[in-house]
Design a protein. Structure first.
Length: 408
């Protein structure tokens, strides 16, 4: 069926960091070469990408953007409607695009819904503070980046597998992390490294629940449980955890949504291609790695909301290293600002990952702290609210210096 309106068009904010990126964006849309020459100098402001817009709607959008002093890039065949649809880049200042959205509010063809989406995107983009709610506390995010310390109670995690398998060692490490500056302690009982096989509910539960129970009585920092299993999440929350860090974004075990909602816990929704066992196998290809992941997370946010989890209890994670190429990982870090349009705090997990070793030449994960420090600093400067790390003491200093630069 031919699409007649803009209701189902995808919308994202393009974080263009150079003229070359702006030129590439215009070429991807299929803009006429003369149009590229005219539009390229205008793209230093706000640029919003709409995908799959019917041509008659695209022509209305272009006229309305021109009327407010902005512009809209469309493919060369759209004016004559010789193509069924086109991507569109809205080009202008935030004020111009805001006025454009106000003018669309009474228009047909799904433009009212588009106007609402544009208005919400602009509001999310400008949001500096977030209030994350758990059953036990309110956490302000945006004043300074928080550190989530990684505590793997596993024999096979890629960096510290086997180091904290003993309950006493794990509890001691959790306490030490808080002393070193961790704001959140994230405890996992199942490795999610590339190629990892799942463990049973019984085994995962036995590894982490006693540790969580003891740490909840010892530390004042919130505890996160890194799991995809509803039964494990339920016992972990009962033992004192407040956040569920779900690498599947609630996809692997649909019962987990109700567990989180009923417990009034917070949740991290992460993007991953496939499963840990196969996420790095085969050809890894995205239409646009940033755009595809923004769209995925937007859908998972809607899913979570539809299953009783309030937006104030959600965070998002682009899933660096989970089904991405090294180049993809670097693009995600560079374009973290695009994830602000989702209106939620952003978590980044880049600690000691293989793509860092590819750059620095370090094969052993434990040797990658210097490279991790650079990636953590970039995460902070590009807007991450929470960074998930192994070496808390070192990364606390990195985060503090990066934040001081950002706020100078």
């Amino acid at each position: 069926m031919k699409k007649e309106d803009a209701k189902n068009c995808s919308l994202r904010c393009l974080d263009l960091t150079s003229p070359a990126e702006a030129l590439d964006a215009l070429k991807r849309v299929g803009v006429d070469p003369y149009g590229i020459e005219a539009m390229l100098p205008k793209m230093s402001g706000l640029n919003l990408l709409l995908t799959g817009v019917p041509c008659k709607v695209a022509n209305i959008i272009k006229q309305e953007m021109l009327a407010v002093g902005g512009d809209a890039a469309v493919c060369r065949g759209s004016v004559a409607c010789s193509v069924p649809e086109t991507d569109v880049i809205l080009i202008g200042t935030e004020k111009q695009i805001g006025r454009f959205a106000a003018k669309l509010a009474a228009q047909p063809f799904g433009l009212k819904e588009l106007a609402e989406a544009v208005t919400a995107l602009i509001a999310n983009r400008g949001r500096e503070l977030h209030l994350l709610k758990t059953a036990q506390r309110d956490i302000i995010l945006g004043e300074r980046p928080l550190i989530m310390g990684i505590l793997n109670v596993t024999p096979d995690s890629f960096s510290d597998g086997g180091k904290y398998m003993a309950e006493d060692a794990a509890v001691e490490r959790g306490i030490r992390m808080v002393e070193e500056g961790a704001d959140i302690v994230d405890i996992g009982g199942e490795s999610t490294r590339p190629g990892a096989s799942p463990v049973s509910v019984k085994e995962e539960r036995a590894r982490i629940v006693p540790v969580i129970r003891r740490l909840a009585a010892e530390i004042g920092a919130p505890i996160s449980v890194d799991t995809t299993k509803a039964a494990v999440a339920a016992e972990a929350l009962e033992a004192g955890a407040e956040i569920v860090n779900d690498i599947s974004a609630l996809r692997f075990d649909r019962r987990i949504s109700k567990i989180i909602a009923d417990a009034e816990a917070a949740v991290v929704l992460m993007h991953m291609r496939g499963t840990p066992a196969d996420m790095q196998k085969g050809k890894i290809a995205y239409t646009s790695v940033v755009g595809d992941i923004v769209a995925f997370l937007r859908e998972r946010i809607a899913f979570a909301a539809g299953h009783g989890i309030d937006a104030g209890h959600m965070m998002v994670d682009p899933g660096i290293g989970f089904g991405k190429t090294p180049a993809d990982n670097l693009k995600l870090l560079k374009h973290l600002p695009e994830f602000r349009v989702l209106g939620l705090p952003v978590v980044t997990g880049i600690s000691r990952k293989a793509f860092i070793g590819r750059i620095t030449g370090e094969e052993e994960a434990a040797d990658r702290d210097a490279g991790t420090a650079a990636a953590v600093a970039a995460s902070v400067l590009y807007g991450s609210h929470v960074v998930r790390v192994h070496n808390v003491a070192m990364m606390r200093k990195v985060v503090d210096v990066a934040q001081a630069i950002l706020k100078a």
